[in-house]
Design a protein around this ligand. Structure first.
Ligand code: NCD
Ligand code: ZN
Length: 473
């Protein structure tokens, strides 16, 4: 047998369906065999996993790496380094940078930065907004992995497109089979309520949730699902935060709408009691959509377990400590880092018996890989797949320390939280990028993840904006 480049032996190899004691053989960037040690070819390098779980690298559909425009918050080296530390081997990066990724020039600029700085693989979101509907196809040709539509205001203050522009955008994306992620919150309800509270002098941390009750998300999720069903555009719901409205998603899935949903550790594990416990520093937990009252966590877990919610993403949203701790909640920037802490937090829940490691791997790797057209090249440990592999230690009692984060944003509501598991080695396409917390890959080793979406399934093609303009009486 021809020697391979690397062998990972003594591994418990995890997939959504099974956990098997096996050896993984890797040639170049690709897994060539998974099987018994005796059956493996000789290897130039051997990594002994020591009986630990070996899982596909996580694929995070929702990160903000801030560059270009807000380099002091994060750049692509610190962002992807944090990802590698967190066992995340592919990220999809959001367009609310400066310039926003809504033009071909901005896309090209971001691609150059990403290629020169990244240590894990990546996809880049294009923006869908009021004024760029005519260039969506240019962005697709330029290599975006998907689109992001900010239906409600959030960091970056990109205005929500009108429903007319959004529907026309979906008509175009449907014909290309692209998936559009929506930040689903209703902006006019939020602006009105925030305006009234600001006038009344409320500046406390709970006012943020009061401005953005779950009805804002329910309304926007259902509106986006209606547009997706009508046009046949693929839809992804970002950061599902509440129990309310899960029935809209269940109903859309039942009707065959291609809709996928992510939730984040903060909505599964945090609530406003914890925000209030932070006192004056409650702004650390300010995020859009808001952390909810106690009682939403359990239904979100159930929705993951029954498949209504497909995946875990992080909404890694780094800001500086000063920006997160201002006196008025309205002045605190929204979001906090997460790409580095997702896997330890979720595996700690696995250790508590809340889910199996197989379910976790479905949520963190296999399902996002399928949603974004990376499967089976990514998201699975099997022959023919890229060797995006993480070794996890399930017996690691530690306390999260924000000062030790690789992210530039050294402030997180997870500070002080106990974990019992963490990734100890991260490999991207056969190259070890993180070992025992150290980033050992050079900037620029990450590359654009290759994508193959299933065939487009557009609907109501005779009623699209393009079709009605083509009308001849
Ligand atoms: C995100 C950010 O900071 O870019 N903030 C947040 O509160 N989630 C934007 C977003 O995803 O809404
Ligand atoms: Zn968002």
């Amino acid at each position: 047998m021809q020697p391979v480049d690397m062998l990972i032996k003594n591994a418990k190899v995890v997939s959504p369906e099974s956990t098997i004691d096996a050896c993984i053989a890797i040639r170049g960037e690709i897994i060539v065999a998974v099987g018994a040690e005796e059956a493996m070819p000789p290897a130039k390098q051997v990594i002994d996993a020591g009986g630990k779980y070996v899982i596909p690298g996580a694929i995070d559909s929702h990160v903000h790496f801030r560059t270009p425009g807000y380099e002091y918050k994060e750049d692509w080296y610190t962002g992807t380094g944090a990802a590698a530390r967190g066992g995340v081997t592919t990220v999809l990066e959001m367009p609310n940078t400066n310039p926003p990724t809504g033009t071909v020039a901005a896309l090209t600029q971001k691609q150059e930065i990403a290629h020169s700085q990244a240590v894990v693989d990546f996809g880049i979101y294009g923006l869908l907004d009021e004024n760029n509907i005519d260039i969506l196809e240019d962005l697709i040709a330029g290599g975006v992995s998907g689109f992001k539509c900010f239906m409600g205001n959030t960091f970056g203050n990109l205005p929500a497109p009108s429903d007319g522009a959004m529907l026309e955008g979906f008509e175009i994306l449907a014909q290309h089979g692209m998936r559009c992620t929506v930040h689903a919150e209703n902006p006019s309800i939020m602006a009105r309520r925030q305006g009234k509270m600001e006038k009344a002098g409320r500046t406390d941390s709970m006012a943020h949730l009061a401005a953005r009750p779950a009805v804002c998300a329910m309304e926007a999720v259902s509106r986006a699902a209606i547009f997706a069903e009508w046009t046949g555009a693929r839809l992804h719901i970002a950061h599902k935060s509440s129990a309310d409205g899960l029935y809209f998603v269940r109903d859309a899935k039942r009707r065959g709408v291609d809709i996928t949903v992510e939730t984040c550790p903060q909505y599964l594990l945090l609530n406003t009691d914890m925000m209030q416990a932070l006192g004056k520093e409650g702004g650390i937990m300010r995020v859009n959509p808001p952390i909810r009252e106690p009682g939403h966590e359990e239904p979100l877990w159930q929705a993951l377990l029954d498949g209504t919610v497909d995946m875990i993403a992080t909404d890694h949203a780094p800001h500086s400590p000063e920006e997160k701790t201002r006196a008025s909640i309205w002045e605190c920037d929204c979001g906090f880092p997460g790409v580095e802490t997702q896997m330890p937090l979720m595996l700690t829940e696995v250790n508590k018996g809340r889910a199996t490691i197989n379910q976790y791997v479905a949520w963190s790797a296999a399902n996002p890989a399928k949603a974004w057209g990376f499967y089976p090249r990514k998201g699975v440990i099997q022959a023919g797949a890229e060797a995006d592999i993480v070794i996890v230690d399930m017996n690691k009692d530690e306390t999260i320390d924000q000062g030790g984060l690789f992210s530039k944003s050294k402030i997180t509501p997870w500070h002080g939280r106990k974990i019992s598991a963490k990734p100890v080695l991260t490999m991207v396409r056969g190259r070890v990028v993180m070992q025992d917390g150290e980033i050992i890959a050079a900037a620029g080793t990450g590359r654009a993840a290759r994508q193959q979406m299933p065939a487009p399934k557009p609907r109501n093609l005779d009623k699209t904006t393009a079709a009605i303009l083509d009308y001849k009486a």
